[in-house]
Design a protein around this ligand. Sequence first.
Ligand SMILES: C[S@@+](CC[C@H](N)C(=O)[O-])C[C@H]1O[C@@H](n2cnc3c(N)ncnc32)[C@H](O)[C@@H]1O
Length: 260
Amino acid sequence: MNPPDVLPAAVVLLADFCVSFIERTATGAVPPSDGHDVAAGQVAYYRRRASEYDVTAYGDVDAARARITRVVAALRPAGNVLEIACGTGLWTSALAGVASTVTAIDAAPEAVDIARGRVQAANVRFEVADVFCWAAAARFDTVFFAFWLSHVPASRFGQFWRQLRGLVTGHGRVLFVDEHPDACGKEAYAAGSDEIIQRRLGDGSEHRLVKVFVHPGQTSARLHQLGWQGCIRRDGNDWVIGEARPANRSGRTPGTSKIQ
Ligand SMILES: C[S@@+](CC[C@H](N)C(=O)[O-])C[C@H]1O[C@@H](n2cnc3c(N)ncnc32)[C@H](O)[C@@H]1O
């Protein structure tokens, strides 16, 4: 286990990131997806969905647990792990079994309550926090997120990865799981937008979220432009699993850290 590094610079990066939160860019039929409205709306949606999330997101939760365990083993998270957008803790549980410590954050307190009940391992700490405005006290050996990247607006993708650069240790890795564009047929996109979707919950309430499916080639190329070496591959027809490291620290070439 690598002791966490003290991280004053990350606070500056995060301040910059949060200022950029209010940027507005788009024009046209759909409001900009990087404003407070959609970001806050996503949190409101997941707060309301928390109690039904596991079944509506994963269907067969036992089968999902087995798949999650397999994917986490393949990604080999290690050391002190930060999990962003932990939700109800299905992934946190698997991470806790292989990590030294897990710091799991999510903006929806209802989801974190469920996660706290599910994962009571001594090496896990939960926090209700908006990742876009979250300042870490230390860097992490691994930063992990499942089904979060697709909720980051394209216009904030670069800022998010700059934030991540300040969260990983010198030899740290970012690991992620998300949905491949082949799974996009289930979503209803708002008129005039290629990233705002509309969803309805069991109680009939309607919500707007960001959903940018993760194309392995395009995402790897974007990460490369941002100074990361990314290795992203498919898992089944619907998921992608990825690993990224800052490009300028070890002379590694993309893909040399293969996912098993
Ligand atoms: C698709 S769910 C994924 C949950 C979990 N990682 C999983 O795969 O089961 C997205 C999660 O992002 C969280 N979220 C949304 N906006 C957030 C924000 N700004 N900061 C932190 N978490 C956020 C939601 O509360 C929700 O739990």
